[in-house]
Design a protein around this ligand. Structure first.
Ligand SMILES: [Zn+2]
Length: 241
């Protein structure tokens, strides 16, 4: 199939402590919380298509959304800020209303989201009704997740993408040289999303009913997993190392 050039972006959730003893229920609830946060972020982006949910990350792609110049960088940044906002709005709601004492629910406030973005060539492959992406740049953007960015929530951009940024977008970005596993040295730039985020919406009203609805929702959706009737998906960052 023909090779396409496009924007590749991954939103990745992390923050459950790695040293906790997870029980089956904790993991099932953590999985439910992460799935909802990913869904809220995917819904918040109009310019990118979901390729795949990969554990606690969403891999997204769009053939050159917004053009090939500074608009492309602006699009990557705008989509990341929108998804970051949607993540924290839902996180706040769950943290306010969820009464469940399990670690999967109790730690929701610790979760963070980071974004990595790259401009690259991909070969779309249709497998049944799904479109998968193949190529070196797909590997490249995934390797960018393992980096040395010193802040917790950021957008990390590759050189081919960053080259398109104009002066205005360059303000506030910091360069980093990364050794990407199996890829080699790569120049990257990151923006701290905490500095760019819009204020959170007002906290939800905490009523008995709202709390029941939120808490029971998690408990019921996660029940088949907690009972072992359905298999838990692999949550890379959630499972203790
Ligand atoms: Zn729970």
């Amino acid at each position: 199939m023909a090779v396409q050039r496009g924007l590749l972006l991954i939103a990745d959730i992390a923050g459950y402590t790695r040293f906790m003893e997870f029980h089956r229920t904790d993991l099932a609830h953590a999985q439910d919380v992460v799935a909802r946060l990913l869904e809220a972020m995917i819904d918040a982006t109009s310019a990118l298509d979901l390729v795949e949910v990969e554990g606690d990350a969403a891999f997204m792609y769009r053939p050159l959304p917004g053009g090939t110049g500074p608009e492309l960088v602006e699009s990557a940044l705008g989509q990341s800020v929108a998804m970051h906002g949607a993540f924290h709005a839902l996180q706040q709601k769950i943290a306010c209303l969820n009464n469940c004492p399990c670690q999967g629910c109790a730690q929701v406030g610790n979760l963070k989201v980071k974004f990595v973005a790259h401009l690259g060539d991909v070969a779309p492959q249709r497998v049944k009704r799904l479109t998968r992406l193949a190529g070196f740049d797909v590997i490249f953007v995934h390797r960018m997740l393992k980096n040395s960015v010193p802040v917790r929530e950021y957008l990390l951009m590759s050189e081919p993408l960053w080259e398109r940024a104009d002066e205005r977008l360059r303000t506030g970005a910091r360069p980093l040289e990364e050794e990407l596993e199996g890829v080699g040295r790569a120049r990257t730039w990151y923006l701290d999303l905490a500095a760019l985020a819009a204020p959170l919406p007002p906290r939800p009203e905490v009523t008995w009913l709202a709390r029941q609805r939120e808490t029971l929702g998690v408990v019921l959706r996660a029940l088949p997993y907690a009972l072992g009737l359905r298999k838990l998906g692999g949550l890379r960052n959630l499972t203790p190392a």
